[in-house]
Unconditional design. Structure first.
Ligand code: ADP
Length: 222
């Protein structure tokens, strides 16, 4: 958990096809408290995603700083910022099962030597070898799946899921990593009205119980 701060943050996209440069963010100063759920609402094109992508490390600012937990992360890659992003498009790996998608960030994090990698591979691919690391990952995946009612779906592929289920898997993948900050970019917009309401409530409940600082951008005033 951590607070987030933008200091005089500016973002200008370079000119394209003869058009002038676009200055999207002009000196944003904003402090988001530890554990706060901040929703940024605004019309399409006003710069919400740009701000989120700057926080995630998917874009670099033209000027200014981004801080997470008091640490300047402006020039760090996404993997070193301790943030997890949930996109409108779910961004699941189509060839991986629900369980593998949720575990993805856990298996990838940290540097492993070849012996550890071999042990992990054996543990994943045989019925009788269970490295402590794989056991911890399996436990974490089950815990998150229970939280999101995904238990019975762990062996399915994304194409075998409904839109709402896919978005819950995307949320699960973010939650499993236990990041300091959740970033959500219109995570409900591909869902129908009823599911959108249910999932919205679920996100609020989850955020309250986990207490993780969350920045949520949407054009949806509801
Ligand atoms: P929002 O999320 O509020 O809809 P965006 O942050 O996606 O807005 O975009 C803000 C503005 O920046 C828009 O005018 C958009 O066209 C422009 N923009 C976004 N990404 C790029 C890019 N990679 N290159 C040039 N312009 C961009």
């Amino acid at each position: 958990m951590a607070e987030v701060e933008f200091q005089n943050l500016r973002k200008q996209y370079p000119p394209r096809r003869g058009a002038a440069a676009v200055e999207v963010l002009r000196g944003i100063d904003l402090q988001i408290k530890d554990g706060e759920f901040l929703v940024l609402v605004g019309p399409s094109g006003c710069g919400k995603s740009t701000l989120l992508r700057l926080l995630a490390g998917l874009e670099t600012p033209s000027a200014g700083e981004v801080l997470v937990g008091g640490r300047t992360v402006t020039n760090l890659p996404p993997s070193r910022r301790d943030v997890a992003m949930v996109f409108q498009s779910y961004a699941l790996y189509p060839h991986l099962s629900v369980a593998q998608n949720i575990a993805f960030g856990l298996r990838r994090s940290g540097h492993r030597g070849w012996q550890q990698q071999l042990r992990d591979w054996l543990a994943r691919n045989t019925a009788f070898v269970h490295s402590p690391r794989e056991q911890a990952i399996t436990k974490q995946v089950q815990h998150v799946a229970e939280m999101l009612n995904l238990g019975p779906l762990l062996d399915r592929l994304p194409k075998e899921l409904s839109g709402g289920q896919k978005q819950r898997v995307a949320l699960g993948r973010a939650i499993a990593r236990e990041p300091a900050v959740f970033l959500m970019d219109e995570p409900l917009s591909n869902l129908d009205a009823k599911l959108r309401g249910d999932t919205r409530r679920q996100i609020v409940d989850l955020q309250r119980s986990l207490g993780v600082t969350t920045v949520y951008v949407t054009h949806d005033q509801v």
